[in-house]
Every structure is written in structure tokens, then in C-alpha cells.
Design a protein around this ligand. Structure first.
Ligand SMILES: C[S@@+](CC[C@H](N)C(=O)[O-])C[C@H]1O[C@@H](n2cnc3c(N)ncnc32)[C@H](O)[C@@H]1O
Length: 230
């Protein structure tokens, strides 16, 4: 289990950061349903690029760095899926590090349309990651990367089984999320790390690294899980 600390939320934040925090919090408020989160995202699609801009929201850079560390060579040959892609920040960071083949999975139509405009992705899937089968062949990807996709009303714990199915044996699953969600989100508190651990015990994947990182969102820490699929 990771080390969760109580964030000093807002104490030293600029007004612009505090406002961005509030706006983002609307998509992750306690009890929000997935449909409500989608509705929220579609209303604020364009503002989101500024609200979650680099420097304030550093998840996409952190995720791309983690994947690039794992693949120091042959990056142009790796097939990656960016899960919960939003408008493509993770793909922009992956491309800047030499990855070429990136697909997207993003259920918000407005976010997906904006991502498509940027021409970052080869294939775009408008699906939601749950425990239900995605329209993707088994063992398709060298890497599935999820950044900011786990949170209240977002990807359920059951989504892990689909991530495992679509990632090739020998490939990796990288999940970057806000650390406090491990305890603040009831579903994850009960099942996320226990499920990750039980999947490892069952031989489905092997933990490569688990890092708590500073300044994931403003000064709040993130957590980076990297698992190799068996
Ligand atoms: C905070 S954004 C993070 C986006 C992007 N990965 C980034 O780091 O810039 C969360 C995204 O998760 C998507 N999302 C929510 N529930 C999802 C689910 N069950 N499966 C896939 N994506 C989901 C939302 O539509 C939204 O675009």
C-alpha cells in the first residue's frame, strides 16, 4: 500500500490554481455518476486544455516519462493505447519522446473530436473502459497508459481486466493517478490496490515500479504504477 499524506490543499496556491482545482473537482465530485462526468466534460471541453495546462497538471509528462524510461529503445515500433485520452496531452508527450503509434480510448465525444483534430492518434475508440469487452483484439498493445482516468465516477476497478486483455504478454500497463484517490474514492479504497495485488498473485502481471511523485496536479502528489503483463 502506498504512503498517503493529507495534501495541504490550497494553502499556498495562486487564485488561478485554486480556480482550476475547483473546476476539475466538478468532474470528480463525490457520488458523481459516469454520465454526469461525461456531461461535465462536454460542457467544459475547451476550457479543460487551459485548466489542466502543463505546469499545473503534470500527469501527461509524468506518464510519458515513465513509459519512455521503460522503453529506452525502439520507441517508434511500440504500439500504445492512451486510455482516457481526453484531448491528447499524453499522446503529445509520447510523440515528443519518439513514440509513433498511439491509439486513443476516450468516451467523451467532444474530447475525442478535439483529440482527432490534432491528428495525434492512429485509431480512436469512443468507448468507456469498464469490465465489459472493448472492440479491441486480445494482446494488441505493447503498452496501455492511463493518466488521470482513475477517479470518482471514472474507470472502475473492473477496467483492469480489460487492460490486461488488450496488452500483449511482455507489454506494460502504466497507470498514473492522484494519490489521494486511493483513499478518498470509496471504490478504490476497497478494491484498487487489493485487486492489483491479487492479479499479481494470480500471475497475471508483475509490478515493475511504484512511485509517488510530487506536483502531479498543482502541488498534489501522484502515484505511478508500472506493471509488466505476463
Ligand atoms: C482528467 S481527464 C485525463 C485525461 C488525459 N489522460 C490527461 O491526462 O490529460 C479524465 C478523462 O477520463 C475519461 N473517462 C472517464 N471515465 C472513463 C472510463 N470509464 N473509461 C475511459 N475514460 C474515461 C474522461 O472522459 C476524461 O477525458
Amino acid at each position: 500500500m502506498s504512503n498517503c499524506r493529507e495534501p495541504r490543499r490550497g494553502l499556498e496556491w495562486k487564485d488561478t490554481d485554486a480556480n482550476a482545482y475547483q473546476q476539475n473537482a466538478g468532474a470528480f465530485r463525490r457520488g458523481i455518476t459516469t454520465d454526469e462526468a461525461m456531461e461535465y466534460y462536454s460542457q467544459y471541453c475547451h476550457q479543460y486544455e487551459e485548466v489542466l495546462r502543463p505546469g499545473r497538471y503534470n500527469g501527461p509528462r509524468i506518464a510519458a516519462d515513465a513509459v519512455a524510461r521503460y522503453y529506452p529503445r525502439d520507441r517508434e515500433q511500440k504500439k500504445i493505447i492512451d486510455i482516457a485520452a481526453r484531448t491528447g496531452f499524453v499522446a503529445e508527450n509520447l510523440k515528443a519522446r519518439g513514440f509513433k503509434h498511439v491509439d486513443a480510448l476516450e468516451p467523451s465525444t467532444s474530447m475525442l473530436a478535439r483529440a482527432k483534430e490534432k491528428g495525434l492518434y492512429e485509431t480512436l475508440f469512443g468507448n468507456m473502459l469498464t469490465g465489459d469487452p472493448l472492440p479491441i483484439e486480445t494482446d494488441t498493445y505493447d503498452c496501455a497508459v492511463v493518466c488521470g482516468g482513475f477517479g470518482e465516477g471514472h474507470i472502475p476497478c473492473s477496467g483492469l481486466t480489460e487492460l490486461l486483455r488488450i496488452t500483449k504478454p511482455g507489454g506494460v500497463i502504466c497507470n498514473v493517478m492522484r494519490e489521494e484517490y486511493l483513499v478518498n474514492v470509496e471504490e478504490y479504497n476497497e478494491c484498487l490496490e487489493p485487486l492489483m495485488n491479487s492479479l499479481e498473485k494470480a500471475g497475471k502481471w508483475t509490478l515493475v515500479s511504484l512511485d509517488v511523485v510530487p506536483n502531479y496536479f498543482i502541488d498534489l502528489p501522484g502515484i505511478v504504477y508500472m506493471y509488466k503483463v505476463n
